[in-house]
Ligand binder design. Structure first.
Ligand code: ADP
Ligand code: MG
Length: 509
């Protein structure tokens, strides 16, 4: 991490309460010549602020600490630093921080530290609004749980067959992550029992309320013991969330990290257009900036579909993400977007919110949202982790009041820019840097990313740098390959073996 990153972090409201670590200070002091005054200010600040941002300041088992370090989590994020001490004391906590602030690891570390691994009973339950979110939480907890071999984390979500879930439950599980409907079903059928539950987590609580899960969540909680720790996480804080906390928590500690995006991180521009020219303007922005990864936000499913179709016809590599998609297509779309073999994702707020899509070069509002807070959530997906982001918004005259609301909310003045006409050139395709290959083999056959990488780089003569992200699912896997090397990789996998077996492989369209 760089000096400027630390300085920005220090002066963001977010980290105000944290003491810089020795490493941070040494980075800062190395730059002291030009910035002596700043450095002193920071040191002064550190003396006044008692808490530390290193995970090692927490009373955690050394194996867990080492694992956290191996994940590259050098420091706690603000929400982790604020909430974990209380969580580890066993208190009920209500925590609010924007998407992408590291809430999963906050409760993940909390519940892992309380686990009795020798007892194969469900000791922690995380309730999530959607299957994608549950899958992400599962993944993150499994990564955090790598420090010991035997921790069983199970996802119980709708949209997938019931039977295999029953089988997994019978084998004994420590941590369950699930969506309300499917959890209710298991609880009713007594295939899931919560009598040994120690920690209950309500993740993305605001989203659950939005989706009408209040009654279902209440029902799920009615199966849990009264003596338990209840942690409630939310990206926003509202009266209904407070009411939820009152209903399910005991003397909760409230932790809230105000969202603040720094002007320098995200460049925001607005473009005047008309109804009939909106698509053209969007095409221009994409063709001009050529971002490797962009989410285009639409307000309706219908727009989502139409915009994706139109962009596809213009030669862009694009996928639409909305609530009506079958689960396996949603998984595939997200894999391809994250591994950079699809550059543009057209999404509604409902479909995109909470998803851990990091590292976006640009966010484009095809239409501005009704609410300034939603605008801030949307654009917060770009410019993460100290990188610069681009937030471009199309706006017709009737939507000008929304820009005014955004200006008021952010206390800034909107910067307007102009689009040129977008001339579609059929010869020119906007190709993403990677191509995804689909393999007919997965976790069920104990395939790991290393096996696939090994098959490609061993006999195949592909170099590691030509291989991108590898995603392993239960029965299949995806591997991203640099566009120019994809034929070589296909031949190699078709003729060779992965973990001693032949696999079926094809380009994923
Ligand atoms: P939220 O639930 O608040 O939206 P997530 O828990 O999904 O956010 O975290 C966002 C990203 O930050 C994830 O990719 C996660 O691996 C990463 N992350 C979490 N904690 C840390 C940390 N302490 N240091 C660095 N990265 C972290
Ligand atoms: Mg989350």
């Amino acid at each position: 991490m760089t000096y400027s990153y630390y300085v920005r972090q220090m002066f963001a409201n977010e980290v105000n309460t944290h003491k810089p670590t020795n490493h941070q200070l040494s980075v800062i002091i190395n730059h002291c010549n030009a910035n002596t005054a700043l450095a002193f200010l920071l040191i002064l600040k550190s003396l006044l602020m008692p808490s530390s941002v290193e995970f090692s300041a927490l009373p955690l088992k050394s194996a867990l600490l080492e694992n956290i370090e191996s994940l590259g989590y050098a420091f706690m994020t603000p929400i982790q630093a604020e909430s974990l001490p209380h969580i580890l004391e066993g208190k009920d906590v209500i925590a609010q921080a924007k998407t992408g602030s590291g809430k999963t690891a906050a409760f993940g570390v909390g519940l892992l530290s309380r686990l009795d691994v020798s007892s194969f009973r469900v000791q922690a339950l995380v309730v999530c609004p959607t299957r994608e979110l549950a899958d992400q939480v599962c993944k993150e907890i499994r990564r955090l749980a790598r420090f010991t071999q035997n921790i069983k984390v199970l996802s119980l979500c709708g949209g997938v067959p019931f039977g295999p879930q029953l089988g997994s439950l019978e084998h004994g599980v420590h941590i369950v992550v699930g969506t309300p409907g499917r959890l209710q079903e298991h609880l009713r059928k007594r295939s899931l029992r919560l009598s040994n539950l120690k920690v209950l987590v309500l993740d993305e609580a605001d989203r659950m309320l939005d989706m009408g899960f209040e009654e279902a969540v209440k029902d799920v909680i009615s199966y849990a013991p009264t003596h338990r720790q209840t942690l409630l996480f939310s990206a926003t804080y509202s009266d209904p969330i407070r009411a939820m906390s009152q209903a399910f928590q005991f003397k909760p500690i409230t932790v809230s990290i105000e969202h603040s995006h720094h002007d320098s991180d995200i460049e925001q521009r607005f473009y005047n257009t008309t109804k009939g020219h909106r698509l053209n303007a969007l095409g221009y922005l994409l063709a001009y900036h050529r971002p490797e990864s962009t989410v285009v936000f639409c307000n309706t499913k219908r727009d989502c579909h139409d915009v994706a179709k139109a962009l596809e016809n213009s030669g862009f590599s694009v996928q639409a993400l909305h609530g009506d998609l079958e689960q396996k297509y949603r998984d595939q779309i997200l894999v391809k977007f994250a591994n950079k073999s699809c550059s543009v994702l057209v999404a509604t707020d409902v479909a995109a919110r909470g998803l851990d899509i990091n590292d976006l070069q640009a966010v484009i509002n095809y239409e501005l949202p009704w609410d300034a807070e939603i605008y801030v959530h949307r654009i917060g997906r770009t410019g993460r982790a100290g990188k610069n982001g681009l937030a471009l918004s199309l706006c017709i005259e009737a939507e000008l009041p929304r820009v005014k609301a955004i200006e008021d909310y952010q206390n800034t003045t909107a910067v307007w820019d102009e689009v040129a006409p977008f001339q579609l050139n059929y010869e020119e395709r906007f190709q993403p840097p990677m191509v995804t290959l689909w393999l007919d083999d997965g976790r069920k056959n104990k395939i790991r990313a290393g096996d696939i990488l090994g098959a490609l780089t061993g006999a195949g003569g592909i170099t590691g740098s030509e291989v991108g992200k590898i995603d392993i699912f239960d029965n299949h896997a995806y591997v991203a390959i640099a566009r120019d090397s994809v034929d070589k990789a296909l031949t190699c996998l078709k003729n060779g073996k992965v973990k001693g077996r032949s696999v079926m492989v094809r380009k994923s369209l």
